[in-house]
Design a protein around this ligand. Sequence first.
Ligand SMILES: C[S@@+](CC[C@H](N)C(=O)[O-])C[C@H]1O[C@@H](n2cnc3c(N)ncnc32)[C@H](O)[C@@H]1O
Length: 315
Amino acid sequence: MSDNLAELKEAEARFFDKQTQRRMDEGRIPIEADIRRATPSKPRWFGDELIDPKMTFLLEGAHRDRFIALASHAPGGRVLDICCGPGWLSLELARNGQTVDAYDLSHEAIALARRMLAENPYQEGFGGINYHVGDVTKVDLGVEQYDAVTGSSAFHHIDDLRAFMETIYRALKPGGIIVTVDDMPRGALEIALDRFFRLILPTYNMSYWAKLKAIVKRAVGITRTAEEIFSPMEQGKHDSVYVIAEIWHRDFEIVEEAEFMAFSLSPCTLVKGPDAFRYQAARLIIAIDKLLCRLGLTRGFIRVIVGRKPWPQAS
Ligand SMILES: C[S@@+](CC[C@H](N)C(=O)[O-])C[C@H]1O[C@@H](n2cnc3c(N)ncnc32)[C@H](O)[C@@H]1O
């Protein structure tokens, strides 16, 4: 591994160590550690998260439940969860009876994941999880050992994706399932619609007066639009989400592919008011979002692709 790459991975681990520590300093269970036990909360600023299972379900529809069920297709199966972070997905797979090998570079993320595993109250039918701190690209993943491989916001963090995918292909059993969940680069229309709905709706992060001042400041060039934050391993290579799709379509039978939430995520998580109003506003925005995606005018911000490793052809 070149010095530069080793340094980048070290920086990546520190980036996610800090992110995990920040979340823990807030004194609540973060959603990326356990989606069932996450502490409910309303956002206080832009970028802060809404932890509201009902809103999450409205936004994601059944996509999440579906890919977790597909990855748990083998009763008592063995699953590899790459770049697992604080472990929400590994936990859900184990709650579906799977035994999970989960890897992440970040010590803090794995420490939190282990704590959530120890505290897990959903024990019925629980498989198991082996958490490892380490670079998943350096692990001997063996041959045809896994019934499924999952990566949530994961594969585009891998440096030599094409070489890594050869290792993954070998490690997956024939008929095994492979899931990638990725956040996609957004286009100008998606960003404009996101801003439009945040502007017209009452939101937690800004009053209407603050929004007006922000527009004027931006118009006269006093402030600039905040740039998206990327982790060190994402930097400059976020476009590899397109390479992921290319590899999935080339090497696997596609079981399911979906893109959703082109612009609804921020408006729905920030909209302020009584719950009935928030959910009604969210339903409307999500319906418009779905329609524009279906018409091909916008592209989803979240993409899920589920593939299956083909069985060898009988000669
Ligand atoms: C955006 S986070 C996703 C975490 C988790 N899968 C989730 O859905 O919340 C990306 C994770 O990839 C991890 N990561 C990046 N490169 C890695 C590598 N080569 N091996 C293991 N983990 C890695 C980072 O430490 C980080 O926790």
